[in-house]
Design a protein around this ligand. Structure first.
Ligand SMILES: Cc1cc2nc3c(=O)[nH]c(=O)nc-3n(C[C@H](O)[C@H](O)[C@H](O)COP(=O)(O)OP(=O)(O)OC[C@H]3O[C@@H](n4cnc5c(N)ncnc54)[C@H](O)[C@@H]3O)c2cc1C
Length: 377
């Protein structure tokens, strides 16, 4: 496994200390009352966690993807909601870093480190999930840019984000229009946000419907070229999937630690339940699957660091880690018996938080499709 540098070890330790103290407490509260992680954003920004993969030349932390994935794992151990917030924000920042033009690129990247410049990624619509090519949000040319109308659904960070990297269909005279990625300022007139309530898990993460009504977008806010929306989405999601895989591995480690601790403390038949082989098997399988997930994540992250375009690696990491964490969370509840079924017990929350990881940023079925397509050539 690739080791982070010594500098990064200090950063990882600082994030771990923060996560396992203050963050985990806050996350429990967000889960109970469905309040937003946004209250901690100023502190998160102060720690540099909103600019992890932004280059140092742009005042960022300049982390490589392996270090970033380790940090996200640590955040997810304590707060799966904050982890997805950071994952979405960071993948948008990375795409801007790679694909937008100066001078806007520098302006944005410097802003993204601040709490009031959170980013969101808006592809999905009510009728376009796994198949983003069926989106309906439309952009029409206007003096100096475009006017965008439509409705985006399920948008993480949607209530607090200042910037929305948004997939639209540009009326360019062709029958279907050209898919384009544009950066929409959340303060633009015509943009409205509605929070989605009642999620099963990651209840501290904001999920919103974003309605766009004739929203003006300056021409320079086109990220990638006209017709390149699909390519920009794929590049963004490639890194995003490593982020979600890291979120899953962090949840998995929290489940494993809880299982081990409970198996040591809980006694039945006159001995700790951890001494029963069946319980030991659940712990062993979980530890093995977690290690395998981490190896796949590091491999995919290393490819991103080497700038090797390999969508299948990120998909494998995401597919394996997210399916594994659901099995691990299931076992964590099982090891806790009846205690694992009540809200006071953290594994009950982790079980619910883990569930979405096989759904967003491409379902497991879509990851298998990406992997098989790559192998088919
Ligand atoms: C909490 C949460 C946060 C989210 N955050 C964001 C966000 O920030 N930005 C954003 O753009 N979206 C976001 N999403 C949306 C998410 O990416 C979609 O829900 C996901 O891509 C699946 O789309 P869908 O829900 O429309 O399901 P559908 O596409 O309708 O799929 C339903 C089922 O059919 C299967 N299926 C579909 N097509 C195929 C196929 N070709 N082969 C095999 N099986 C298939 C799927 O795997 C799934 O099991 C979020 C969703 C949730 C729940």
């Amino acid at each position: 496994m690739i080791k982070p540098s010594e500098d990064n070890e200090l950063l990882i330790q600082a994030v771990r200390d923060f996560a396992r103290g203050e963050l985990v407490e806050a996350d429990r509260r967000w889960d109970f009352d469905e309040s937003s992680m946004a209250e901690l954003l100023p502190q998160i920004a102060q720690m540099g966690l909103l600019k992890l993969m932004i280059p140092e030349s742009q005042d960022g932390m300049g982390c490589d993807c392996r270090t970033y994935s380790t940090l996200l794992h640590e955040v997810a151990y304590a707060s799966p909601s904050m982890a997805v917030t950071l994952s979405v924000h960071t993948m948008v920042a990375s795409t801007v870093s790679k694909m937008s033009e100066e001078p806007l690129r520098s302006t944005w990247l410097r802003q993204f480190g601040e709490a009031d410049h959170l980013c969101a990624f808006a592809i999905s619509e009510a009728d376009a999930g796994s198949d983003p090519s069926s989106i309906r949000a439309r952009a029409v040319k206007a003096p100096g840019g475009f006017r965008v109308s439509g409705e985006k659904m399920w948008i993480s960070n949607g209530m607090s984000a200042r910037w929305f990297l948004t997939l639209v269909r540009l009326d360019d005279g062709t029958p279907d229009g050209a898919l384009c990625m544009v950066m929409i300022d959340g303060q633009s007139p015509g943009l409205e946000r509605t929070k989605i309530h009642g999620k099963m898990g990651i209840r501290g993460s904001e999920t919103a419907v974003i309605a766009l009504s004739d929203v003006f977008v300056p021409r320079e806010h086109l990220v990638g070229g006209v017709g390149e929306g699909g390519r920009v989405s794929a590049i963004t999601l490639n890194e995003g999937r490593v982020g979600i895989a890291s979120q899953a591995s962090g949840i998995g480690e929290a489940c494993l630690d809880a299982m081990v601790q409970y198996a040591r403390e809980r006694r039945q038949f006159g001995q700790p339940i951890g001494r029963f082989q069946a319980v030991g098997n659940m712990i062993a399988d979980s530890a093995m699957e977690l290690a395998a997930a981490r190896a796949l994540i590091f491999s995919a992250a290393a490819k991103i660091d080497r700038e090797e375009a390999d969508l299948a690696s990120s998909s494998m990491a995401k597919l394996y880690a997210t399916e594994a964490v659901n099995r691990i969370a299931y076992r964590a509840v099982q090891v806790h018996g009846g205690m694992g079924y009540v809200r006071e017990c953290r594994v009950e929350q982790l079980y619910r938080d883990a569930r979405v990881t096989t759904i967003y940023e491409g379902t497991s079925e879509i990851q298998r499709y990406v992997i098989a397509k790559r192998l088919r050539g």
